[in-house]
Design a protein around this ligand. Structure first.
Ligand SMILES: Nc1nc2c(ncn2[C@@H]2O[C@H](COP(=O)(O)OP(=O)(O)OP(=O)(O)O)[C@@H](O)[C@H]2O)c(=O)[nH]1
Ligand SMILES: Nc1nc2c(ncn2[C@@H]2O[C@H](COP(=O)(O)OP(=O)(O)OP(=O)(O)O)[C@@H](O)[C@H]2O)c(=O)[nH]1
Ligand SMILES: [Mg+2]
Ligand SMILES: [Mg+2]
Lengths: 279, 292
């Protein structure tokens, strides 16, 4: 954009193209560009470079939250991880667990996906690799029962962090969303009884298009999402969906996944994200 | 829906007689918005809208008493031309076993679709063999084995310490000694930009010469679908696509983008998590879903 001579319709069209191709979506892109056009008038911006710099700052304000990354309270922290099928929940749990274990925290995992083939084994292998205990029951057992057991065990063994895996589910599957609510209720009740904090992380795949907004809305309505993890940013997708999600729902983006190994987890950094969006 | 939006846009001209250029522009803008909201790739949308424009300024729309309906009809026709038209059967080898290779990004639904496909083939009287060539993902082999057990279909595995090329070759010998006429090879999810992992797929392809390479794509994929499909196709010359998770409410524009950029047919759609949830692709249903 800096090679341009002036601010004209072509520039705004180019900006629209970049944002839409980054999966920011039509609605959010138009809103952002309309605001930008107003600012160009009000602030009397004449140079494309000044405009882009200004736009970067506006996007940063939108995406910024005081809570990039995750912090733990001085008690049992319970994190419940939710999201649609294949988004990267189980792998993200391993990454978060590994990070806190390295910081010397006492971490435990719960194999709350009692449905999918090989799901429990998948988390158990991660547990073995990281030297972390995994609470599980038989495949086909009640996910809420696993959650209940896990909170009891985490409290009894004085854990700092318990991360609960859940089965992937499409937000449009009403019965599965009801099941998720039930699991959340059990966790909340157990947390209250045991002076534990509860946080819900929604995992969104960076390759997802506009459906991410629907996912975020419905998961948030069901279990109030405290933060978003954007996975698979090591691919070529820009993950612009989080701009739309933040704009519409104001849920903080906390972490990003940048690979398949335990160390491939980073705190969400709005500046770097925006830079990558325009690259 | 697009139909309703076009009705609104062009309804104001009822009784005006002829459509003006501005009216056509407004209608085309609605089409563009609908396709972008449906996740169709930006560049594909531009090309597609151009095609619509060429027909929209012709007599069939300009002199129609119901221009909105005409535009919808044109959009639908052009969409279906793009989506369908090519054969969507699996390639069968003249010398068994037929080898089907599942490839795609992480989490797209390859392993589950492999199981579903094995079930369909088994119901058709084939003797399928599932082959576990994902040696990276924790419990990937176990996942395929569980699916095989549920379907009473054999699963060939050499554990996760062997090279996927050796596993693919091993599945060939196993198939011949166990009378399996079709092998469905499950591979690890990978990025199209991971040169080493894409090379691994090329080596597997060279080693066993699959009759069918299926790119498994998540129906909720956004603008990036074009990059992924183009890369996989250029490197492997894929035979078809499996579009998964269509039981959600994603409009599925990725399907249009992928077809437009590769020309390869969508052969199956995943419609749920159960092993029975795999169906033949219907271009007309997909077209109306994308239009919304
Ligand atoms: N490249 C890349 N792959 C990832 C990332 N996060 C997860 N994956 C991969 O995505 C695939 C799916 O990950 P899972 O952790 O099984 O996803 P999930 O959400 O638990 O899946 P379900 O439980 O089946 O709904 C695996 O192959 C992971 O290795 C990431 O940040 N980058
Ligand atoms: N609702 C729905 N879920 C699906 C469909 N196909 C696959 N899934 C789910 O999507 C998730 C990922 O499926 P997998 O088969 O593990 O995906 P994969 O491509 O093998 O993943 P990697 O091997 O890690 O790359 C699982 O939870 C599946 O149950 C579908 O058509 N509909
Ligand atoms: Mg999982
Ligand atoms: Mg797999």
């Amino acid at each position: 954009f800096s090679g341009r001579s002036g601010i004209d319709d072509d520039l705004f069209e180019e900006l629209e193209e970049v944002l839409i191709q980054a999966d920011v979506g039509v609605k959010t892109t138009f809103a952002l560009i309309e605001n930008l056009k107003e600012d160009v008038e009000n602030e009397d911006i004449k140079e494309p470079e000044v405009l882009m710099d200004y736009f970067h700052k506006e996007l940063k304000k939108l995406l910024q939250d005081e809570e990039g990354g995750i912090g733990l309270d001085d008690k049992l922290n319970i994190i419940m991880v939710v999201g649609v099928n294949g988004a990267g929940k189980t792998t993200t749990i391993a990454k978060i667990a590994g990070r806190f274990k390295e910081q010397g925290k006492r971490v435990m995992l719960a194999a709350g996906d009692t449905f999918r083939a090989g799901a429990i084994e998948q988390l158990q292998i991660w547990g073995d690799r990281l030297g972390i205990n995994v609470i599980s029951q038989q495949e086909g057992s009640d996910a809420a029962a696993v959650a209940y057991d896990a909170v009891q065990a985490a409290k009894a063994r004085e854990m700092d962090l318990l991360i609960i895996d859940t089965a992937g589910r499409l937000h449009t599957q009403k019965n599965l969303m009801e099941e998720l609510k039930k699991v959340k209720r059990i966790i909340d009740a157990q947390a209250a009884e045991n002076n534990a904090s509860v946080e819900v992380l929604l995992v969104l795949d960076a390759t997802t298009g506009q459906n991410a907004i629907s996912q975020a809305k419905i998961f948030n309505d069901a279990v109030k999402v405290d933060g978003i993890v954007l996975t698979k940013l090591d691919g070529t997708a820009k993950g612009g969906i989080v701009v739309a999600v933040k704009n519409e729902l104001n849920i903080p983006i906390k972490l990003i996944g940048v690979g398949e190994a335990a160390e491939d987890l980073q705190d969400f950094n709005p500046e770097e994200f925006i830079k990558a969006l325009f690259s | 829906s697009l139909a309703e939006k076009l009705q609104d846009t062009l309804a104001k001209l009822r009784g005006k007689g002829k459509l003006s250029e501005d009216d056509v522009k407004a209608a085309l803008k609605e089409v563009k918005m609908a396709l972008l909201e449906a996740d169709v790739n930006y560049k594909i949308v531009k090309d597609f809208v151009k095609k619509i424009e060429e027909r929209a300024v012709g007599k069939e729309v300009m002199e129609s008493l119901t221009p909105a309906q005409q535009v919808i009809k044109i959009v639908n026709e052009e969409l279906q031309n793009l989506m369908g038209g090519t054969q969507s059967e699996l390639n069968i080898s003249s010398k068994p076993p037929t080898i089907i290779m599942m490839v795609g990004l992480q989490g797209s639904g390859k392993t589950t679709s492999a199981g579903k496909l094995a079930r369909i083939l088994s119901n058709k009287g084939k003797q399928p063999l599932l082959a576990a060539a994902d040696v990276y993902r924790p419990a990937a082999i176990r996942q395929l084995q569980v699916l095989g057990e549920r379907l009473d279909i054999p699963v060939f595995s050499m554990g996760d310490k062997k090279d996927p090329v050796d596993i693919a070759k091993g599945s060939l010998s196993y198939a011949s000694s166990h009378n399996c006429d079709t092998i469905i090879l499950d591979t690890a999810g990978r990025l199209h930009i991971d040169e080493e992992m894409m090379e691994e797929l090329k080596l597997v392809k060279t080693a066993v010469e699959p009759d069918e390479i299926l790119l498994v794509v998540d129906a909720m994929t956004g603008q990036d679908a074009v990059n992924v499909a183009d890369n996989f196709d250029k490197k492997l010359n894929i035979d078809g696509i499996v579009l998964t998770k269509t039981d959600g409410d994603a409009r599925g524009g990725a399907a249009l983008s992928i077809k437009a950029v590769t020309g390869k047919p969508i052969k199956f759609v995943g419609t749920g998590e159960k092993l029975a949830d795999l169906e033949q692709f219907h271009p007309d249903r997909m077209a109306s879903r994308i239009l919304g």
